[in-house]
Ligand binder design. Structure first.
Ligand SMILES: *Cc1c(COP(=O)(O)O)cnc(C)c1O
Length: 487
């Protein structure tokens, strides 16, 4: 199984090299040269870890089966409370794939529980002796999921930078109380963009890299463009399909649609790979919030990031440049020269346009829609009243897009990417409740209102003492690694 860059270089790498390298030297993303097929019908009776093993062995054949099996068990067994790939029915046609039963109550746990183990094993296989220091700028969810994934992983350390304006009280507590010997968390003065700019600057800082190298440290990222983050997400598309076959909703071979709340295009791209593996996927519906650059792209072939940026109640989807789309552009065109051209135009002019053939190819699988910010609260309430089902603002965007599309042509799975208890304020407001100022009171009120139970990983934060209380100006982010690894 060989990997290559979407922009032409790095031909013939194996999976471990692609995962350890992250971004290709030419700025492209690693993709498999040829998508493997697997016998999905043979997996019908299998549990989550067994299905995951089959999918991962197909994409990562250079990793040993023993290693993968252990890594999958420790990632998705007890940590997900037996709810890895949990699917619940809203109607006979509509299903919610609850991806937030992991240790940090975010769908990113699927990728970030496994990816650090793939990285550490890649280091071992390739004989790396230095320490890999992961730097993460976060608007909330990624930081915590990455901390939990890299906690005490041998040969690695992680530093997370969150904006002191912009993450919720709960998200802040999740990060500042993080346990582990190899972790550090810093508040950054400013917003997410300031934090991200600071981290990007640290990555581009030659002098910092040289100093760290002398100290035996190499910087890396846990960004969603890493192949090791994308591939774990293919699994739950497959398990959803198999579950619906077992329930008799589908006969093997019948098509299933998926609707995915999308930001950086990693999650929905995993669905595309599942389809290439042979999974009978009908449509992949790309749901955006008010930052609807992808909706326009899928309708017209014109990607235009020159537009206002909206801060919404679904912050993980507030993105104007969806990095993983580059993978789809490459597969749909098969032309790395064209990809280089589009990405150059995007960098220089903030926009590009693909030709008719590429667009038609993409439209063969993808549809797109978006939900305005005003309709999100309304949708949380509608879904609750229609189905007795509580959903968070990200998931509500997906439900809205489906709802506006009219009757479902076939069974459809909505990927539910965050626990509603992580976004209590918005959800309570949508249900017409007064929102208490204290975040734990808000969780309690939502539990009472919806007769549900919040994830323990959230309620157990109450009263926990923060370990990390430092605030840095954004332009001092580069100093943090030097402090963590003094001369
Ligand atoms: C990251 C995230 C998304 C978007 O996923 P992409 O892979 O970036 O498209 C959607 N919802 C939530 C809650 C997320 O954390």
């Amino acid at each position: 199984m060989e990997y290559r860059s979407t922009r032409g270089s790095g031909q013939g790498l194996d999976a471990a090299e692609a995962i350890l390298t992250g971004l290709a030297p030419d700025g492209g993303l690693f993709v498999p040269k040829k998508c493997p097929k697997i016998d999905l019908e043979a997996l019908l009776g299998k549990d989550y870890v067994e299905v995951a093993l089959a999918v991962l062995q197909a994409f990562l054949p250079d990793y040993s089966k023993t290693f993968l099996k252990e890594a999958l068990q420790s990632s998705y067994g007890a940590h997900f409370e037996g709810k890895a790939g949990y699917l619940t029915a809203l109607s006979s046609q509509l299903y919610s794939l609850e991806l937030w039963h992991g240790p940090t109550a975010a769908f990113k746990d699927y990728a970030l529980q496994l990816m650090p183990k793939l990285l550490v094993e890649a280091r071992r296989m390739l004989g790396r002796q230095d320490t890999t220091l992961i730097l993460v700028a976060t608007s909330g969810d990624t930081g915590k999921a990455a901390l939990e994934g890299f906690k005490d992983m041998p040969g690695t350390a992680i530093a997370v930078f969150y904006p002191n304006q912009g993450v919720s009280e709960i998200q802040k507590l999740q990060m500042t109380t993080q346990e582990g010997e190899n972790v550090a968390v810093f508040a950054i003065e400013g917003n997410f963009d300031d934090a991200q700019r600071g981290v990007k600057k640290a990555f581009g800082d030659r002098e910092l890299a040289d100093t760290l190298e002398r100290r035996g440290v190499r910087l890396s990222s846990a960004n969603s463009i890493n192949w090791g983050r994308l591939v774990p997400q293919v699994v739950y598309y497959v398990t959803s399909y198999l579950q619906l076959c077992r329930k008799g909703v589908l006969r093997f071979g019948e098509l299933l649609d998926f609707c995915v709340p999308t930001g950086n295009f990693g999650d929905i791209m995993a669905g595309w790979y599942a389809k290439q593996m042979g999974l009978p996927v009908g449509r992949l519906v790309c749901a955006s919030n008010q930052n609807n650059v992808l909706t326009e792209f899928f309708k017209t072939g014109h990607y235009n990031a020159n537009r206002p940026f909206y801060k919404t109640s679904s912050p993980s989807m507030d993105i104007l440049v969806s990095s993983n789309l580059e993978r789809l552009l490459f597969h749909a065109s098969g032309d790395d020269e064209a990809v280089r051209g589009w990405m150059k135009e995007l960098a220089e002019k903030g926009q590009y346009e693909v030709g008719k053939e590429v667009l038609a190819n993409i439209q063969g699988t993808f549809s797109a829609g978006y939900a305005d910010e005003e309709t999100v609260g309304e949708e949380i309430r509608r879904v609750y009243e229609a189905y007795g089902y509580l959903c968070d603002p990200h998931t509500a965007v997906a439900f809205r897009v489906l709802h506006e599309g009219g009757a479902l042509p076939r069974p459809t799975v909505v990927l539910s990417t965050a626990s509603p208890y992580k976004f209590c304020e918005k959800v309570l407001e949508a249900l017409g409740q007064q929102v208490p100022a204290d975040p734990f009171e808000a969780i309690g009120l939502l539990e009472k209102t919806a007769k549900g139970q919040a994830p323990k990983s959230l309620t157990s934060l109450q009263g926990k003492a923060p370990r990390f209380t430092q605030t840095l100006p954004a332009d001092e982010i580069a100093k943090a690694p030097l402090r963590l690894f003094p001369a």
